[in-house]
Design a protein around this ligand. Structure first.
Ligand code: AR6
Length: 205
């Protein structure tokens, strides 16, 4: 999976002339971030993130796909966790998945009239997931686009929050141990949104 540095070099990705970066360039991060379109359940990494619900007992979307691929032992371990609050995350093993761990994070169900609270919760999903990754010495982690499917979060707003939060965490010394964060998109339209916004948060040097 190519890094942002490689994507900039091959000019698949570039900063639009009119765009104002939201962060300063920080070269080394370009080697640590990737965008990948495909099935997160097939990824052989230290950890993948699951867009779960508060019960942690499996659902549809990426959650259903992860449980189907991981096998029934994942659900068994999830039962011992007694659910998870919105905006929080819990970690399990990966069982039959190629990934070593699953970080289950519970995104908000979007509601326009509570946009500020929903944004805080979504930011917290990314923060708490990365915190767990660091606590468990996870070096490579993949995120699906949390809350933007069944939970209805507008993709552009959600992507700004996801990228800003990951960038802020990656700027802290604690995050030096993280070697790769991969944003995984499913649809072509989501991929376009990430391609447009990634250069704002991870500008080329
Ligand atoms: N690999 C990568 N991304 C995927 C995959 C996959 N295999 N399948 C779907 N996506 P969603 P949410 C994308 O709906 O909005 C469940 O029932 C999908 O296109 O899975 O957080 C839970 O139990 C979208 O971009 O999660 C909760 O009840 C993104 O993953 C609820 O859905 C997230 O879509 C959570 O809803």
């Amino acid at each position: 999976i190519p890094t942002l540095r490689e994507l900039y070099r091959t000019s698949v990705l570039r900063l639009a002339d009119s765009a104002k970066p939201r962060h300063q360039p920080r070269g080394c991060l370009l080697d640590k971030i990737s965008l990948y379109q495909g099935d997160i359940t097939k990824m052989e990494l230290d950890a993948i993130v699951n867009a779960a619900n508060r019960s942690l007992l499996a659902g549809g979307g990426v959650d259903g796909a992860i449980h189907a691929a991981a096998g029934p032992r994942l659900l068994e371990e999830c039962r011992t966790l007694h659910g998870c609050e919105t905006g929080n995350s819990k970690i399990t093993k990966g069982y039959d998945l190629p990934a070593g761990h699953v970080i289950h994070t519970v995104g908000p169900v979007y509601a326009k009239e509570k946009a500020d609270m929903k944004a805080e919760q979504l930011v917290s999903c990314y923060k708490t997931s990365l915190q767990l990754a660091l606590e468990h010495s996870v070096k490579h982690v993949a995120f699906p686009s949390i809350s933007t499917g069944i939970y209805g979060y507008p993709i552009k707003d959600a992507t700004h929050l996801a990228l800003n939060t990951v960038r802020e965490v990656m700027d802290t010394p604690d995050a030096n141990e993280l070697e790769r964060v991969i944003f995984v998109v499913w649809s072509d339209s989501d991929k376009l949104v990430y391609e447009e916004l990634l250069p704002l948060y991870f500008p080329p040097d």
